[in-house]
Design a protein around this ligand. Structure first.
Ligand code: FAD
Length: 417
């Protein structure tokens, strides 16, 4: 007998979880104040990288911070007024970069990420959107031998976790990606990685399939839970109560108050990121290319070339700083010199999104403190698209009462207590 399960949040994580729950025979509804896939899952770089096991906080990361902050084109910015608010998160972030912790985080991430494409494919095929999954690999490029050398600890961590990497010299780089600037002399190709040709359309496609199979999507903002003796009765929302026997918190960067309502304090912050897209670009890479220095990615998509990345620490409420999106165009031109110096506005689109980030780069995935009926699935930071299929599968395992497909101990919300 399936349960009635309410999923809070119609991003890639919520919709993947809802899809796996439905496959297990549960009656599923999803709550979101907006339409499916219009949160952070809308405008990301679309990379399905099993290799993304390197936590954001690594030994020595902090040494780069002053240089990044001083460079207006740098990959990190902080709104200074927000610094007192985010300071405790930053302290935890720095602590998470201790060598032994980094090794454990990478292992946990690998389990979540390695099966990304294989786990997503059956859902995408059933929904008629498998065409969006490309398996062209992912290329990292470096201007100097020095910056390549500086990244070696990260590459060793990937190798230690079973990622197969191919180092490329200048000539091989040119062959792998003819559109690339000659300024780049070193590269690494990871063949196992893939990308989505349109992350928004993927979420929409899966959501449509969910509804076709009897699932419901309601426009509503969850506000809390009705519990009776530790058992869930309903999800409370701005549109009234939705009775259910199990719930999933998958509200991305907005999940913190929902976890608090269940007795779990989590240091969830947002790392804001931007994209700029060029419609009908003069050149486009064959596969996603990451400029390792600038920490952004150029991804070929069905709607144009997407340049996405950077981190801005400014919370959920501050308005976007569109200079950070436009800066990506300048950097993109240094990556792909065939692009034009400027474009008419109608060929560009700009976007800002909220990565849901915990300081140790791991999500919260597992039961809440208040009730085993409510399962957390939020906080996937930089890797939520890639991690969503296995996250969804684990959520279905937990709700259905099976042993989870991977070890979820590292993802417990109680690790911050
Ligand atoms: C610039 C950029 C590039 C990125 N590139 C990549 C990449 O290449 N690969 C990768 O794997 N990841 C990438 N990411 C990260 C990825 O986009 C996120 O981790 C992922 O989208 C998070 O998905 P989600 O479903 O948890 O959150 P979201 O997509 O934000 O969905 C959360 C949903 O919850 C809803 N919601 C909020 N509050 C409530 C409430 N109270 N009740 C009901 N619903 C609520 C919101 O409306 C939203 O629809 C990138 C992010 C950025 C910003």
């Amino acid at each position: 007998m399936g349960k009635t399960v309410g999923v809070i949040g119609a991003g890639m994580v919520g919709i993947a979880a809802a899809s796996f729950l439905q496959r297990d025979g549960h009656r599923v509804f999803v709550l979101d104040p907006g339409a499916p896939g219009e949160g952070t899952s809308f405008g990301n770089a679309g990379c399905l990288n099993g290799s993304s096991v390197v936590p954001m906080s690594m030994p020595g990361t902090i040494r780069n911070v002053p240089r990044w902050l001083l460079d207006p084109m740098g990959p990190l910015s902080i709104r200074w007024r927000y610094l007192p608010v985010i300071a405790p998160w930053l302290v935890r972030f720095i602590r998470a970069g201790a060598p032994e912790r980094v090794k454990a985080q990478a292992r946990a991430l690998r389990a979540l990420l390695a099966p990304s494409i294989e786990t997503l494919l059956p859902l995408a095929k059933a929904a008629g959107v498998a065409d969006l999954i490309h398996r062209a690999g992912h290329l990292w490029v470096y201007r100097t031998e020095e910056s390549f050398r500086k990244d070696q600890a990260a590459w060793q961590l990937r190798r230690d976790n079973g990622v197969v990497v191919t180092e490329l010299d200048a000539d091989q780089l040119r062959q792998a990606e003819p559109a690339l600037s000659r300024e780049f002399t070193r590269g690494i190709l990871v063949e196992e990685n893939g990308h989505l040709g349109n992350p928004h359309r993927m979420v929409q496609g899966l959501a449509r399939e969910l509804v076709r199979n009897g699932g419901k999507i309601h426009v509503a903002r969850a506000t809390g839970f009705a519990l009776d003796g530790g058992r869930l009765q309903a999800i409370r929302s701005d549109r009234g109560d939705f009775p259910c026997e199990a719930a999933v918190v998958a509200a991305g960067a907005w999940s913190k108050p929902l976890a608090s309502a269940l007795g779990d304090w989590v240091p969830l912050e947002t790392e804001r990121g931007y994209h700029i897209m060029i419609r009908d670009p003069e050149v486009t890479p064959r596969l996603p290319v990451a400029a390792a220095d600038g920490k952004f990615v150029g991804t070929p998509m069905e709607t144009g070339l997407r340049l996405a990345g950077t981190v801005e620490l400014a919370g959920l409420a501050a308005p976007p700083d569109w200079r950070r999106a436009r800066m990506l165009l300048e950097q993109g031109r240094r990556l792909l010199p065939g692009l034009k110096p400027s474009y008419p506005e109608e060929r560009l689109s700009l976007w800002m999104g909220h990565r849901p980030s915990l300081p140790d780069s791991l999500p919260c995935l597992g039961p809440s403190a208040a009730s085993p009926d409510v399962v957390y699935a939020f906080g996937h930071g930089h890797v939520g698209m890639a991690a969503s299929p296995m996250t969804g599968k684990v959520v279905a395992d937990l709700v259905t009462g099976r042993a989870p497909a991977i070890d979820i101990a590292p993802f417990s919300a109680r690790r911050f207590a």
